[in-house]
Write a protein that binds this ligand. Structure first.
Ligand SMILES: [Zn+2]
Length: 129
């Protein structure tokens, strides 16, 4: 999706795919408790996804901060029906370790065994807040 240049109001840059989070990673380890209470591990709209895409959309309040930094807004997007929910930064931070790990596997930087090992370590660290 391309937001283009909007002369009035904030400027939005084309959003970037940050990575993916699998459905099993949306639960706290060994529980049925959702990692993000606001986000259903299965898409509420289509109930058809195995994972979510995480996008970063960069916005900049044009008139106030013409040379200011781009400010990322993270979105969780169903790959099947494109249902999009904006994440709070806290929610994004909970997902970020999984996004990074999944990216390592998908780009071939680690193999499946290393992935499994790191995933288990991540989950044992996470626990309850
Ligand atoms: Zn969906």
């Amino acid at each position: 999706m391309y937001f283009g240049r909007i002369s009035n109001g904030p400027i939005k840059r084309e959003r970037e795919l940050t990575g993916r989070v699998r459905q099993s990673q949306m639960f706290r380890p060994n529980t049925q408790e959702w990692l993000l209470p606001r986000i259903n591990p299965k898409c509420e709209n289509c109930n058809n996804n195995e994972y979510y895409n995480i996008y970063a959309a960069y916005i900049k309040p044009f008139l106030i901060l013409p040379f200011g930094q781009w400010h990322p807004v993270f979105q969780i997007v169903c790959p099947v029906c494109s249902e999009t929910i904006e994440l709070d930064i806290d929610e994004y931070l909970l997902l970020r370790p999984f996004i990074k790990l999944n990216n390592l596997l998908e780009t071939g930087k680690i193999d499946k065994r290393e992935y499994k090992y790191r995933l288990e370590r991540l989950e044992s660290k996470r626990g309850y807040r």
